[in-house]
Write a protein that binds this ligand. Structure first.
Ligand code: RB5
Length: 179
């Protein structure tokens, strides 16, 4: 099932594959999921490995019921501290993982349901954590989303100013917490 029926951006598969094949991915990607996201995580891992992207799997590794904050925290913390450049988080809806990830300073987690949200999340929001809902999208759409999220650059300009404002809010909140 796909939530959004309005897909404005139509990816050109050939172009995406060509770009991915031509780019040397020096970045490391950390990936994690809860039990609801296990099957999709395995499929995304296989895709990343096909592109030669260094992928660190932070769990979960089986179908036993787990709590998504425990797994969301591992990836988000690694991105927040700069240990890992980008992360991918998967739960049933993507909602829980989004809530967790966006608690971490410097993390810009974007829940993407289609190619348009994947593309805009990079162009405008400089997304460094991609969140997917395994009960919302199928493996094929998820693969398209991941490819677009990997190859799309941040547009900068006015969007940098807006992200800077988010950083200022984070700093203010942090300072408030110390008082
Ligand atoms: C787990 O049952 C489910 O709540 C989780 O995967 C996610 O959808 C939470 O937002």
């Amino acid at each position: 099932m796909i939530i959004s029926s309005v897909v404005v951006y139509k990816p050109q598969n050939d172009t995406i594959y060509q770009t991915l094949n031509n780019i040397m991915f020096s970045m490391k990607i950390a990936i994690a999921c809860d039990h609801a996201g296990l099957e999709l995580k395995e499929s995304i891992k296989a895709l990343l490995q096909r592109f030669g992207i260094d992928t660190l799997d932070y769990g979960t590794g089986d179908n036993c019921s787990v709590d998504y904050p425990d797994y969301g925290e591992r990836v988000s913390d690694a991105v927040s501290t700069g240990e890992i450049e980008r992360g991918i988080l998967i739960c049933g809806t993507g909602l829980g993982m989004s809530i967790v990830a966006n608690k971490f300073p410097g993390v810009r987690a974007t829940l993407c349901h289609n190619p348009l949200t994947a593309r805009m999340g990079r162009l405008h929001n400089d997304s460094n954590v991609l969140v997917l809902g395994a009960k919302i999208i199928d493996n094929e759409i998820a693969a398209e989303i991941v490819k677009i999220w990997l190859k799309t650059p941040f547009e900068g300009q006015r969007h940098s100013r807006r992200l800077e404002k988010i950083s200022i809010i984070e700093t203010k909140l942090n300072e408030g917490n110390k008082e």
